[in-house]
Design a protein around this ligand. Structure first.
Ligand code: DC
Length: 232
C-alpha cells in the first residue's frame, strides 16, 4: 500500500518484538526501517572495547563523552536492510551478543550518550518515510510522529522469544539469565532520569502476547488506515 512519507514510532519493553514488527511494517508500506537501539548497542561496544566501562558497569563518563567526538557510528544500507557500522567495520553481530546486552542499559542512561544518539536519529527523521523502534521515539525523539505504537507482552512470552532467538543464532542460553537480563533492562530503562521508557500519551498500546505476525500487521494496517483516512 502506498502511503505518505510519515514517521511511525514503535516503542516498548525489551523483547516485545518491536524490530520484527517494525521491519514488517516498513516492508509493507515501503518505508525505511531504523533500529535506534542498535546505536546504543554500538556505543556500548565502543565503550567496552576502549575500557570506558568496567565489569561492574561503572562508566567513565567524561572520557566516553570525549571519545564519542570522534566515534563514527552509523547505519549502512544493504539489500538485506540496515546494518550498524563503526567506520568501515560492520558491528551488527557483536552488538547482538549477551556481553553488549548486559551493559547497554547503563550506557543508554547517560545523558551525553542519549544526546549523541538523538543527533543521529534526527538526521534520518528530516525526510520522513521511516519506521523507527526504541524506548523513547514517540515520547521524545519524534513527538511529531504520525503513528505511535507502544508494544507490550507478558514477561513469560518475552523471555521465551529472546531465548528462542538466541538458540536460533546458535547460542546456548540459560533461561534464568535471559529472564534476569530482561527484568534488569526493563527496570533501568524505565527508571533512568533522562528520557525513560514510557508510553507517549497519544500512543496506541498493542499487547501482542497471543498474536501472530499476520494479526499484528493487520492491526497496524487498520491503525494507519484509520489515522490517514486511507482505503485499501
Ligand atoms: O531495542 P534494543 O533491545 O536493541 O535496545 C537496547 C537498549 O538500548 C535498551 O535496553 C535501552 C536502550 N534504548 C534506549 O534507551 N532508547 C531507545 N530509543 C532505544 C534503545
Amino acid at each position: 500500500m502506498q502511503i505518505p512519507k510519515i514517521i511511525i514510532a514503535i516503542d516498548g519493553y525489551s523483547s516485545t518484538g518491536k524490530s520484527t514488527l517494525a521491519k514488517m511494517v516498513a516492508r509493507e508500506f515501503s518505508l525505511l526501517y531504523l533500529d535506534s537501539g542498535a546505536l546504543y548497542r554500538g556505543v556500548t561496544l565502543f565503550a567496552q572495547e576502549n575500557g570506558l566501562i568496567d565489569a561492574d558497569s561503572n562508566i567513565d563518563v567524561p572520557a566516553l563523552t570525549e571519545a564519542m567526538k570522534t566515534l563514527d557510528l552509523h547505519f549502512g544500507f544493504t539489500e538485506e536492510g540496515s546494518r550498524t557500522f563503526i567506520g568501515e567495520r560492520c558491528i551488527e553481530k557483536e552488538i547482538r551478543g549477551m556481553k553488549v546486552s548486559s551493559q547497554v542499559s547503563p550506557i543508554s542512561a547517560v545523558a551525553e550518550v542519549r544526546a549523541f544518539v538523538d543527533e543521529r536519529l534526527h538526521e534520518f527523521g528530516k525526510s520522513g518515510g521511516i519506521v523507527m523502534d526504541g524506548r523513547d521515539i514517540g515520547s521524545t525523539v519524534f513527538p511529531q510522529a504520525e503513528i505511535k505504537i507502544f508494544l507490550t507482552a507478558s514477561e513469560e512470552v518475552r523471555a521465551q522469544r529472546r531465548y528462542d532467538e538466541m538458540v536460533m543464532k546458535g547460542g546456548n542460553p540459560d533461561m534464568e539469565a535471559v529472564r534476569k537480563n530482561l527484568r534488569e533492562r526493563d527496570y533501568i530503562d524505565s527508571h533512568r532520569e533522562v528520557s525513560p521508557l514510557r508510553r507517549a500519551a497519544d500512543a496506541f498500546v498493542l499487547d501482542n502476547s497471543g498474536m501472530t505476525m499476520g494479526e499484528e500487521l493487520a492491526w497496524v494496517r487498520g491503525l494507519i488506515q484509520g489515522k490517514l483516512g486511507l482505503l485499501d
